[in-house]
Design a protein around this ligand. Structure first.
Ligand SMILES: [Fe+2]
Length: 265
């Protein structure tokens, strides 16, 4: 059983773990805290998402744990490599599972719940969910993928608002901020497919990759929440006005029209 007390313990372990990094690497504390805040907000987002579904208490708590720990590898990644780019460093999801196992954090949970947590973390940042015989792994992976995207949209749209005054290259994966949009990125969006990380060459490509996450949402709740929060409009506002971007806007609006009954424009 996962109890409220275990969640309490996990939250305080998480805070202590993050604090060690803040103290050891004060110059990096800003980005460490951004990721800590993101983790906590994802655990709230995932609980809100479960409330739109019919889950029991145990399942809701399990989702909350996955939300809190999904990015636990980010802290070691950033301290060691000073980047959030997995391709320039190490897969942060694998690193996260390593951290949890090293610290034996999940020892009080059933083997099955441990497996669900580890595999959902591994699945949270892959282009596609890795096939698994355990349907629960697939289900919780879907939950964390949606909740994570929703909070990254929150985080980056807040960032794009202040970018001019307070640039943070780590949040841009150190990509060059040029007007270009790569053709294969555009092509993926036209086909309503997610954009592969490897095809990104510019910051605009990264913004489009984040827009294309729309096509990868698993739950109606997430599509509605994304639409309500207008995150994609906020990203579009930071892109150049040209034919390619207009074409993408049309595709995005059409997708919302087809997926949200109350869609109005
Ligand atoms: Fe992540």
């Amino acid at each position: 059983m996962i109890s409220k007390n275990i969640i309490k313990f996990y939250k305080s372990w998480f805070d202590n773990y993050v604090n060690q990094f803040v103290q050891q690497y004060p110059d990096m504390s800003e980005n460490i805290e951004i990721k800590a805040d993101h983790s906590k907000k994802v655990s709230k987002e995932i609980v809100a998402l479960t409330q739109s579904l019919n889950l029991n208490n145990e399942e809701v708590l399990l989702a909350e744990v996955i939300g809190l720990f999904h990015d636990i590898g980010r802290f070691r990644q950033y301290a060691k490599y000073q980047t959030f780019s997995d391709s320039k460093s190490q897969n942060h999801a694998e690193l996260g599972v390593e951290v949890l196992k090293e610290n034996n954090i999940l020892k009080d949970l059933s083997k099955e719940n441990q497996e669900i947590i580890y595999n959902s973390i591994l699945n949270h940042s892959t282009a596609k969910i890795i096939p698994d015989k355990n349907e629960k792994v697939i289900f919780f992976s879907k939950l964390i993928r949606d909740a994570d995207k929703l909070d990254i949209w929150r985080l980056i749209t807040e960032y794009y608002m202040v970018k001019e005054q307070k640039e943070n290259k780590a949040l841009e994966l150190e990509l060059p901020d040029k007007d270009e949009i790569s053709d294969n990125v555009l092509e993926s969006i036209i086909n309503k497919q997610v954009v592969m990380k490897e095809s990104m060459k510019t910051l605009n490509d990264f913004k489009l990759l984040q827009i294309a996450w729309l096509f990868d949402l698993n739950f109606d709740y997430s599509i509605k929440r994304l639409h309500e929060k207008k995150y994609l409009d906020k990203i579009f506002n930071t892109l150049p006005e040209n034919h390619k971007v207009n074409q993408i806007k049309e595709i995005v609006n059409e997708y919302f029209r087809n997926h949200i009954e109350t869609f109005t424009y």
